[in-house]
Design a protein around this ligand. Sequence first.
Ligand SMILES: Cc1ncc(COP(=O)(O)O)c(C=O)c1O
Length: 448
Amino acid sequence: MNNIKNIKQKTQDEITKFKSNSQNSQNFQKQAEKYLPGGSSRGTAFFEPYPTYFNKGLGKYVYDVDGNKYLDFMINATSMILGHSHPKVVKAIQDQTAQGTAFSGPTESQIELAKILCNNIPSIDLIRFTNSGTEATMMAIRAARAFTKKSKLVKVEGGYHGSHEYVSVSVYPKKSDLKTSNIQSLLEYPGQPKSLKNDVLVIPYNNIAETKKILSENQKEIACLIIEPVVSQFGYLPGEKEYLKTVREITQKLNIVLIFDEIQSFRLSKSGAQGIMNISPDLTTFGKVIGGGTPIGAFGGNKKIMSQFDPTSDTFIQHSGTFNANPISMVAGKTVLENLNESDYSRMNRLGEKLRNNLSDLFDGLKIEAKITGIGSLFGVHFSNNEIRDYSSVINSNVEINKYFFLSLLNEGILLQSKFYGALNVFSDDSDINVLIDKTSKAAKSLL
Ligand SMILES: Cc1ncc(COP(=O)(O)O)c(C=O)c1O
């Protein structure tokens, strides 16, 4: 990156500019800090110096409390695939609200959303709803343990599957703690039970040899492997074909339940990333888009495993939740999924391809070493000389530059995830791609 100059100073300049445009956000943040640690309830929504407070979203735009308008590529961590406040979603929620928002019994609305998901995804025989992706991965792991009568789980180094205990291992390891083989399971915070180091094994993504080794050596104790077919934290990096194929084959052979976390990647097609990649996991977890912008999670898959949640079965596993399958989330999710057709997916995916190519050409043209990751409507930018294929390559890129671009584009009216990752929505068009490229080009040139 030797042609990039003064990244610290340039980032500081963007922070100064950001502060001058966000007095109301700053005031809200000061108030929030009195009642909420750090002013927030959501780690990923925070960035320095303080997060932007939003008060309106319409289609592909969001508006902040200072009256600034943003073209939204963050779309609530990829979840608003139909844009903000889509009239059909608003109507569905309003109608349901008037009927009642929560009941102590099931409603027809959960059958309808379940039916869409079961019909569209060949690997899903049965499904259950939760209120978050975190709960979905937690329950999928529980299902796998009960089914196999084994208790260890395997996850990918640097993979994020929510905030519960069993997946809070080796999510954000430090560069200095990384190893190339015999990866250690690293706990995420002080006081976490030390037993997790034994219960949770960690594999490097896209590494067939290490994955095979760890799974085979511990097969008698491993209940499940939880993995994203497209790793969100790596800038939406799709797994290499041979790797995911091997993962499927070996888990099947060793009686290990394969859980695909499709909480973000489900947006790629009606049947998610697994549909595009033609791989059938045993269980899948969902969230984000299937709730139409309201709180949601779901887990589903193989009938034999999922039937354990049937209250009339002998091997019944308890799974409750006061707001599970609440009708608001059900009708919002159903409306979104019913309003996405094949041409919407292919248009978003084509635009995504164009955006990734244009970003790549832009940085090549400016001789800035950047690697563009992503698939379909998802994209990520890494400032690195190395190929991005696992956690180690992601963390060894120059993340200071990502911070600069995030702030610089925010100041230009473009909202991205703070790592310079993002997603498109049904309203995205060629002009949005051009705007993003133009503003990125302007920000990049001022670094040279
Ligand atoms: C891949 C993945 N799994 C799980 C989760 C957790 O979902 P939630 O935030 O709904 O708990 C997320 C959230 O960002 C995610 O990206």
